[in-house]
Structures are given as structure tokens and as C-alpha cells.
Design a protein around this ligand. Structure first.
Ligand code: SAM
Length: 252
């Protein structure tokens, strides 16, 4: 089994996401995220665990003052190279999301954290740090793997053929308790395993509440027409969402 950490995947992730995001981001994840982002011109926005920064740059192009943070030096190096090529006024930091000491309290209107809390070992501290850096009535948009349906090493698709009928089931186990599992990614024709921190939905609700972040929306993104046109198996992702998005507001 080939295991990898996020810092080891920096070059691969930068190439995969490029300027506009890969197929999943472009046609499923980002449309759901940006449907919630709204008007950000002139606003202070933090892209937490920003990866190669394709959304960090999109937010900056929308007129926001943007800071990008990621724990991986490699991806931040790619972000900074891209910022040098096309300056958008973005400041990048290498930091664990659980310790955002370089960011002042109550300094952001919006924190975006896309597809990352389940990669972060101390997500509880990260959520507390998000609450600290948000202004009162500031907002968090956090997209994660759907804890009910995408559980590392404990969920998968099952195809059942009964006469003329084919049913696609999503099989799930080990939902209730947090644990660290391995997610597999297809990389350069092979498979690599990355650690993933499963926590049930109630864990997230409790962590947001404890940080005084009030959840006001919970979305389960559905594939767009573009996704369905490219992925012959796309309809199963409409039946069973593998990602979900929290919107939560910092209480005053
Ligand atoms: C699946 S990628 C998502 C990146 C980006 N938000 C996106 O949607 O393309 C997860 C990111 O989380 C970052 N990450 C993992 N653990 C972290 C931590 N403790 N603090 C900050 N970033 C972390 C990884 O380096 C990686 O860039």
C-alpha cells in the first residue's frame, strides 16, 4: 500500500486543479460553494486549507481581499508562483488550520474551507480558530466529504442485478464513531492512500455550536449537466451525495 501525506501531493494536486479546478470541482463542488458565496467585493475572505488556490484566486477576481492558508509548503509555493505571474493581491501563509496565530481575531467577513476539515487532524481547534478570526455576523462555508455516505474504507457502491433491474446501493458501516481511515486516490495510473478523519455529522454540529457558529444551511451538492455528460456513472452521485456543505454564522 502506497501512503502519502498532503505535502507529498503538492505538485500532483497543483497540476490536477490548475487554474479552474478539476472536473469534480468545476462541475460539482465549486458551483455549490459559489451559489452560497454571494457578493464578496471589498470583503475580507479567508480561504482555509486553500490547496493550489484555484478558488482563492476566483474569490480575489470577484473583488475580495483574500488570504489563503494551507499546511503544505508545496501547495503554497505553487500559489505564490501563480500570484507572481498574475498578481491578485492575495496573501498566503503556510500554517496548520488549528493554529492561525498570524491572523488577527475578528478580521474576516467570510471563511471558505472547501474539502478540508476531514483532512485536518485537529479539526475542533480549526473550527475554534475560524470562529476567532471571523467578525461577529461573519460566515463560514465548509464543504466536506459527506460523513453519512463517504466513510474511508467503510463505504462503497454495490451494483445489484435483479432480472431487468439494476439497483445501485451505497453501502456504509462504521458511521457513529470518529476514526482515522485511508482514502484512495488515483494518481498517475496507480493508487495512493491518504489519511482521512471520519467524524459523524453530529460531531460537526457539536463543534460548530461549541465555537458559537450557528448553522443556517446544509447543502448536498448535486452533479451538474456538465458532470453528467462526462461521467457515465454520474447519476449515482445525484442519488447519494458524497459531499456536503455547511453554512454557519458567527454569533455576536
Ligand atoms: C482536498 S485538498 C482541498 C484544497 C482546496 N480547498 C480545494 O478545494 O481544492 C485538502 C487541503 O487541506 C490541506 N490541509 C490538510 N491538513 C491541513 C491542516 N492541518 N491545516 C491546513 N491545511 C491542511 C492540504 O494540504 C490540502 O491542500
Amino acid at each position: 500500500m502506497t501512503t502519502r501525506s498532503w505535502p507529498e501531493m503538492a505538485d500532483w494536486y497543483d497540476e490536477k486543479q490548475g487554474e479552474t479546478g478539476d472536473l469534480w470541482h468545476r462541475t460539482l463542488l465549486d458551483p455549490a460553494l459559489f451559489a452560497r458565496v454571494g457578493e464578496v467585493a471589498g470583503r475580507d475572505v479567508l480561504d482555509l486549507a486553500c490547496g493550489n488556490g484555484h478558488n482563492t484566486r476566483r474569490l480575489a477576481r470577484m473583488g475580495a481581499h483574500v488570504v489563503g492558508v494551507d499546511a503544505s509548503e508545496g501547495v503554497i509555493a505553487h500559489c505564490r508562483e501563480r500570484e507572481e505571474r498574475e498578481p491578485l493581491g492575495i496573501t498566503y501563509y503556510v500554517s496548520d488550520a488549528a493554529r492561525l496565530d498570524m491572523l488577527a481575531g475578528a478580521s474576516f467577513d467570510l471563511v471558505v474551507c472547501q474539502m478540508a476539515l476531514m483532512d485536518i487532524p485537529d479539526a475542533e481547534s480549526a473550527i475554534r480558530e475560524v470562529a476567532r478570526v471571523l467578525r461577529p455576523s461573519g460566515r463560514l462555508l465548509a464543504m466536506i466529504l459527506h460523513p453519512c455516505f463517504e466513510i474511508p474504507e467503510a463505504s462503497g457502491w454495490v451494483e445489484e442485478h435483479m432480472g431487468p433491474t439494476t439497483t445501485i446501493w451505497r453501502k456504509v458501516s462504521r458511521y457513529s464513531e470518529p476514526f482515522i481511515g485511508w482514502l484512495h486516490w488515483r494518481v498517475d495510473g496507480g493508487v495512493v492512500f491518504m489519511p482521512s478523519y471520519h467524524r459523524p455529522l453530529s460531531w460537526y454540529v457539536r463543534a460548530f455550536n461549541a465555537a458559537r457558529l450557528a448553522i443556517t444551511a446544509f447543502d448536498e451538492p448535486r452533479p451538474t449537466e456538465e458532470f453528467l455528460a462526462v461521467r457515465p456513472d454520474g447519476s449515482r452521485f445525484a442519488d447519494v451525495p458524497l459531499m456536503c456543505l455547511f453554512e454557519a454564522w458567527k454569533l455576536g
